[in-house]
Design a protein around this ligand. Structure first.
Ligand code: PGA
Length: 254
């Protein structure tokens, strides 16, 4: 695991976009595992800008998103399909049919999870998986738990996650209670992983995930077992790491 310090959110976004661009340039038909939430928005904006300047071509890129709320259609403005269309896909030349997000409206959610695992397998796995991190250490919607779930599955969202996402809905009652998410096994099978963390609310999750015990109680801690993980965190998200380690500058290798 390598941790890169970013000065602030805009520095983090540029660094992340640079690494994603490198993947697209090196493998023009790469499979990108993509994430929603506020953290990757700046990186997506930068990728769109470079696409508009003619530096990036998404025409052969395929994508698979981490998760989707159960019960929301892709047209709902808080669905993750809507988020991806509006924050990235509509602005670059990726083919929509090559983009995948779990279907939140599937009548049989368990069957949809099985189908989604098949989609990932049929694409030959994920080349680069982008991740945010929850204040509780969740990745995708893999919430703190007593087990690491392997494949795509239906989860009950924790109260903390629903509260934290309520800012995007009219009221907490409208935040879905369940979601479909890739499992830790799907994520760990990605060839490269890029985790982004911004803001002090993530400081404890970043410290525990990178330096704590590997436990499903801090889902992102499993990334310590992956051989190619880059964490880009801004100084606010690194507060605890700075306090508890002797890391001053450069890249920290855990
Ligand atoms: P955020 O969410 O980017 O909106 O902070 C990240 C996450 O919960 O995974």
């Amino acid at each position: 695991m390598k941790i890169y310090a970013a000065k602030d959110y805009s520095d983090l976004s540029r660094k992340a976009a640079n690494l994603i661009s490198a993947q697209i340039i090196m493998k023009p038909d790469a499979v990108l595992g993509l994430a929603t939430g506020s953290t990757p928005v700046g990186a997506y904006k930068q990728l769109i800008a470079w696409y508009e300047e003619g530096d990036l071509d998404f025409s052969r890129i395929r994508s698979v998103n981490l998760d989707e709320y159960k019960g929301l259609s892709g047209e709902h403005d808080q669905s993750y399909r809507y988020f991806m269309n509006h924050n990235l896909f509509n602005h670059v030349n990726i083919r929509k049919e090559d983009t995948n997000v779990p279907n939140g409206l599937a009548e049989d959610a368990e069957a949809e999870c099985v189908r989604y695992n098949g989609v990932i397998a049929a694409m030959g796995g994920i080349d680069l998986q982008l991740l945010g991190i929850g204040g509780n250490g969740h990745i995708g919607f893999n919430e703190p738990s007593s087990v690491f779930e392997k494949g795509t599955h239906v989860v009950t969202l924790t109260e903390e996650t629903r509260q934290s996402n309520a800012r995007f809905f009219a009221s907490i009652d409208e935040v879905p209670t369940h979601a479909l998410t890739m499992g830790v096994g799907n994520i760990m099978s990605a060839r490269k992983i890029l985790l982004l963390a911004s803001g002090e609310a993530k400081a404890k999750a970043v410290y525990d995930s990178c330096f704590g015990s590997v436990t499903p109680n801090v889902p992102a801690s499993v990334l310590q077992l992956h051989s190619d993980v880059v964490v880009i965190a801004d100084e606010a998200a690194l507060t605890l790491v700075r306090e508890k380690t002797d890391w001053k500058d450069g890249i920290y290798e855990v």
